[in-house]
Design a protein around this ligand. Structure first.
Ligand code: ZN
Length: 247
């Protein structure tokens, strides 16, 4: 069995050796050839070819089946776990970690023709993620503050981008920075602020078992960083939004 693909060999080749290479390895080869990182919170959609995601789901299901067997669960006779491997693989690739495998949702931006420069906040936006360390949920809310620049995007688009970014294994400190980078790229605001409040199930469900502890972090860029009163205004607006929903 060949363990690596020559760089000039297409993954769609009919070479029987290549058919034995797991699809995850083919994708990994492509990433490594290009020197592209594939950490847990990276998006790798552009390195996955048509039809490979379906094959990856089958491969992952096989590995989850092995994991269940190693946990000494009788998946052949237990009606409850019979199809758990397939469910878990589908959940990872199509739902909770889809932000790694699917391309960024299409977001149209428009020129800021009226030169809007008043700040606004959008939130709360639901945060559904998982921690990179234990792969258990991180659940919370985030608020995004914008001082518009050259381009503007519709407010619902912030939720779509946030969902795409958070649907990957993360640590909260990096998640907020990745979201900020994506929003900056989309609408180049004069100022950007993001506040994220979340509960980590690796602290609630296991480990120290603190059910109420949450983690709060923020990122402020551009005018929000330069002007303390603008930053203050953002946190005030968030407080108002929180009280509106009794959060
Ligand atoms: Zn954790």
């Amino acid at each position: 069995m060949t363990s690596t693909l020559p760089s000039n060999l297409s993954s769609r080749t009919e070479n029987p050796d290549s058919l034995m290479i797991p699809v995850s390895q083919k994708i990994k080869n492509r990433l490594q050839e290009q020197g592209v990182p594939f950490l847990a919170n990276d998006n790798i959609a552009q390195y996955i070819e048509n039809g490979e995601l379906e094959c990856l789901e089958i491969e992952v299901a096989g590995k989850v089946r092995e994991l269940l067997k190693s946990l000494v669960i009788d998946i052949d006779n237990d009606h409850n776990t019979e199809e758990t491997a397939e469910r878990v693989a589908r959940m990872y690739l199509q739902e909770v970690f889809k932000g790694r495998y699917l391309p960024q949702p299409k977001v149209a931006s428009f020129p800021n023709v009226k030169d809007l420069d008043e700040i606004y906040t959008v939130g709360p936006i639901t945060v559904r993620s998982a921690c990179s360390h234990h792969l258990v949920p991180i659940m919370g809310n985030c608020w995004i503050g914008i001082k518009p620049g050259e381009r503007v995007i519709g407010i619902s688009k912030f939720s779509r981008i946030a969902d795409w970014v958070f649907s990957r294994p993360h640590i909260q400190e990096e998640a907020v920075i990745i979201l900020a980078d994506e929003i900056e790229e989309l609408c180049q605001p004069q100022g950007l602020a993001i506040l994220l409040k979340a509960q980590h199930y690796c602290m609630k469900w296991r480990g120290v078992k603190e059910p109420q502890t949450s983690m709060v972090n923020s990122v402020v860029r551009g005018d929000f960083r330069k002007d303390p009163s603008l930053k203050q205004e953002f946190f005030e607006l968030v407080k108002q939004q929180e009280s509106m929903i009794g959060y």
